[in-house]
Design a protein around this ligand. Structure first.
Ligand code: ZN
Length: 563
């Protein structure tokens, strides 16, 4: 059945304040102002896109200029009739006294000058000249300054209505001369109710669940909600619009399936989860929507955890809420917050990726990988207790020279293979016990010449208290031995003998670091999870190795002498 169709957003664009949903505070304040005759000269409407700023601006213009159906009204009214000439011409954007300007396209002083010139003349026909300036924050500084003079002393027949999505970019000098209204994001339940009344008026049959999905996807914007409902009506082809229809239309995955994926990830069943994801993707699910749903899932589970009566994502009478609650019981809050962080980061990656599905897979792999790690607090505790560090993913470090390393175990890269130098420390050694080149380097100022040379140009041959034997590389400065001697004497308070060997010695610190890094990359590349990723994404390479831990604590490497 073909009939002329007007999009809902236009058809149901509110023509007065009663039609403006979700903005009661604004309506109340304006009503009071109109009732008492204290109408501001300038209004500033702010809020996210789609909440009805321009619509509100037009309603204000009508309220200011309505003359009533009989043409006899002499004062502004909060209930514009919608029938008189001013009301009609304003809603059709053709009233000569109501000018709309989009500051996004006309930002300069000349555009504003036009307005400023016009302000001096009385309205042609209407009660007030109304200037509606959309996206006012886009005006140039000069334009704002020009406008300011008019705002300071506006002629009584002029009103300004500004709208902006970015109130912080509007100069305070301008703001202070406006009555400000913050249009709030429309609550999704309220939006769903509103959609239900429209569906009834339109004689369209829509499931409640379908409306809830649309309202949620609209994220507080009535305009978006209406155009989504339009789409759904077109999709439904006259049949009942089901939640399933809307889900397909929005590229949303079934929540039960999303919960399946989440559960598998948290159990480390990565390949099953990836298969599920592929199935959803093949069925038309948008990777970004999947990430959002996984985030909502995490949020819901966490809320259930802290407040078992929590409601939200998994409502709707299905068995999913119960399943979700069971899953929540098994997971720790720490694991859930870690999942949240990983997914949130993944969401942005998916959004910006050229191949969102790949980014989505990567995020899921990370999540599964992190889910297997013990909680950070346990890791740290185990290390402090001297238990085996439960990190199967760290490459096994090469054997070290032996005892004494525990106390000085360092975090991060390059720990392994840094102490191959034979040394002996006598019992009751004096204060500064230097166990290797690392310890000596640590005594030097960061980035000092001596330090750089010790790191890059010295092979340590032998070290014992008071005596050190080194083999400098060809690039070491001639003064190195002398400099080192002076430094050692200064920091230890003892005499040191520095002798030069012609051969032997350990690799330089820089070489050791590089070797450790290479070994680490190679070890990581052998891990099944990483192997799987490298195989799955040809051309992928490892560029950095970081310990994956959800919280802010850097993961400690296992000690060199532990296995
Ligand atoms: Zn009217």
């Amino acid at each position: 059945m073909a009939q002329p169709y007007r999009v809902l957003a236009r058809k149901y664009r509110p023509s007065d304040f009663t039609g403006l949903i979700g903005q009661e505070a604004l309506v109340r304040t304006l009503s009071n102002a109109f009732a008492t005759g204290r109408i501001a000269h300038a209004f500033m409407l702010t809020g996210v896109r789609g909440v009805g700023k321009t619509t509100t601006a037009r309603i204000i213009a009508r309220a200011l200029n309505c003359i009533g159906p009989d043409g006899k009204r002499t004062e502004p009214t909060i209930h514009p009739c919608g029938k008189c000439e001013p009301c009609v011409s304003i809603s059709e954007s053709r009233n000569v006294d109501v000018q709309e300007m989009d500051a996004a396209s006309r930002t300069g002083i000349d555009d504003i000058r036009e307005i400023i010139e016009g302000v001096r003349y009385a309205p042609v026909a209407a009660r007030y000249k109304v200037y509606i300036i959309d996206e006012v924050h886009m005006l140039s500084k000069q334009a704002f300054n020009g406008l300011l003079k008019t705002l300071e002393e506006p002629p009584p027949h002029v009103k300004f209505v500004f709208a902006t999505t970015e109130i912080r970019k509007v100069p305070v000098t301008v703001l202070s001369r406006c009555q400000r209204f913050d249009l709030r994001r429309i609550d999704s339940q309220e939006l769903a109710l509103y959609l239900a009344t429209l569906a009834e008026k339109e004689k369209v049959k829509v499931e409640e669940g379908a409306l809830a999905l649309i309202a949620r996807a609209a994220e507080g914007s009535a305009r978006d909600a209406l155009s989504l409902l339009d789409q759904a009506i077109a999709h439904g082809e006259g049949e009942l619009i089901t939640a399933e229809t809307v889900r397909q239309m929005l590229g949303l995955a079934d929540r039960g399936q999303v919960l399946d994926i989440f559960e598998k990830l948290m159990n480390g069943k990565i390949s099953e989860a990836l298969t599920d994801l592929q199935t959803l993707y093949d069925a038309g699910a948008d990777p970004l929507a999947v990430m959002q749903d996984l985030l909502e899932t995490t949020h819901f589970l966490t809320r259930v955890k802290v407040a078992p009566a929590a409601q939200g994502f998994f409502d709707g009478g299905s068995g999913e809420a119960k399943r979700a609650a069971d899953l929540a019981a098994k997971l720790s809050v720490a694991a859930l917050t870690r999942a949240w962080q990983i997914l949130l980061k993944g969401l942005f990656e998916v959004r910006d990726a050229t191949r969102p599905i790949s980014a989505c897979e990567m995020a899921l792999i990370r999540l599964a990988y992190a889910a297997e790690l013990p909680p950070t607090d346990k890791l740290v505790k185990d290390l402090l207790d001297g238990g085996a560090a439960p990190s199967p993913r760290s490459p096994s470090p090469p054997p070290s020279a032996g005892g004494g390393t525990r106390a000085t175990a360092r975090m991060g890269e390059g720990v392994a293979a840094t102490r191959p130098v034979p040394h002996s420390i006598p019992e009751g050694a004096p204060t500064a016990v230097l166990r290797g080149m690392e310890d000596i380097v640590a005594l030097c100022e960061p980035r000092s010449e001596l330090r750089v040379n010790l790191e890059h140009n010295v092979h340590l041959v032998h070290l014992e208290p008071g005596r050190i034997e080194i083999r400098p590389t060809a690039r070491a400065p001639r003064t190195l031995a002398n400099d080192l001697q002076t430094k050692l004497a200064a920091v230890t308070g003892e005499r040191w003998t520095v002798s030069i060997a012609s051969q032997g010695g350990a690799p330089t610190l820089a070489e050791q670091k590089l070797a450790a890094k290479t070994a680490r990359f190679e070890a990581v590349a052998q891990e099944p999870m990483v192997r799987a990723v490298l195989d799955r994404f040809p051309g992928a390479e490892i560029v950095a190795v970081r310990e994956v831990v959800g919280e802010d604590v850097a993961a400690p490497m296992p000690d060199a002498d532990e296995e």
